[in-house]
Write a protein that binds this ligand. Structure first.
Ligand code: X90
Length: 277
């Protein structure tokens, strides 16, 4: 059985070593250039260029054709996309799956709407990978991963600016105002509907780490897997890790940079924390 995991680049994962995997890039587009969110993208360089860029910018999701290409000749395909309430990526993946199955009805495709992004999608992908390596069947993995992604993973974010989110209609200008004052971070979560739900405002990195941790616990965190993805803000990510380890010393926690798409929307300094409950 030839398995493959395919995810759009919002999942912040470029490659997997032991299971076939392909990342399908979203694009970040300004009047001056287009950044393709692939492994060759210099994310820190992009953030620096965007900081001084004053014009319009937007993003675009992968096409069905790009998904179809990524499926390749795999027999059992798991696809994970950014929230269908924020992007057309889930829709494009569905169109691609329909096209594939029309020509190859014997193949299997399951598409997971993460109703989230970044670090939470990453954790879901890690879980699919383990289930494949355990030798589970497509149907077994499908039912386990539906339960896991709906009931056992969550996402909390802390953003210093929500300008790109508001300019592109992904949050209301009223919500975006929460992150407008210098030094204040807007803390929120991925809602059950896959939208940005605001929780509170936080001042300074220490309070931010405390607020993120308190809300993780409030959402059901009990010491499981955590991924902290940061838009060029390693020190803030480490503070969150320290806070978690104080209470849960055995927690498995990884820190990584956000990819291009999440960096564009989280903006310089943003944190996106995916965790198990
Ligand atoms: O199709 C496209 O052009 C992509 C649009 C994506 C829009 C929003 C991305 C948000 C990324 C922000 C913090 C985490 C929020 C999670 C909410 C579900 C990062």
């Amino acid at each position: 059985m030839k398995f493959k995991i395919v995810a759009d680049s919002s999942a912040d994962i470029r490659a997997l070593s032991d299971v076939p995997y392909e990342s399908v890039p979203l694009k970040i587009i300004t009047d001056e250039r287009e950044y393709v969110d692939s492994c060759s993208l210099d994310v820190v360089g992009m953030l620096t260029e965007l900081k001084s860029y004053k014009g319009k910018s937007h993003t675009s999701c992968p096409s069905a054709g790009e998904y179809l290409e990524a499926f390749g000749d795999a027999e059992n395909i798991f696809v994970i996309t950014i929230s269908s309430n924020l992007s057309g990526s889930f829709n494009a993946a569905n169109v691609a799956a329909k096209t594939l199955l029309a020509d190859h009805p014997e193949r299997k495709v399951h598409i997971i709407d993460s109703l989230s992004t970044g670090a939470e999608s990453f954790i879901i992908i890690e879980r699919i990978r383990s289930l494949i390596l355990e030798g589970k069947s497509f149907e077994e993995i499908k039912s386990e991963i539906i339960d896991y992604s709906v009931n056992h993973t969550r996402l909390i974010f802390a953003l210093e600016s929500m300008r790109n989110l508001a300019n592109n209609g992904r949050v209301s200008p009223v919500k975006a105002k929460m992150a407008e004052i210098f030094g204040i971070r807007a803390i929120g979560r991925a809602s059950d509907e896959g939208t940005l739900e605001m929780i509170c405002k936080s001042r300074g990195p220490l309070n931010t780490a405390n607020d993120i941790f308190t809300n993780m616990v409030g959402d059901g965190y009990k010491g499981g897997r955590v991924r902290i993805h940061h838009a060029n803000n390693l020190s803030a990510a480490e503070l969150v890790k320290t806070k978690i380890v104080e209470k849960f010393p055995d927690a498995s926690i990884d820190i990584a940079m956000t990819g291009g798409l999440c960096s564009f929307y989280a903006e310089q300094g943003g944190l996106i924390v995916g965790f198990e409950i």
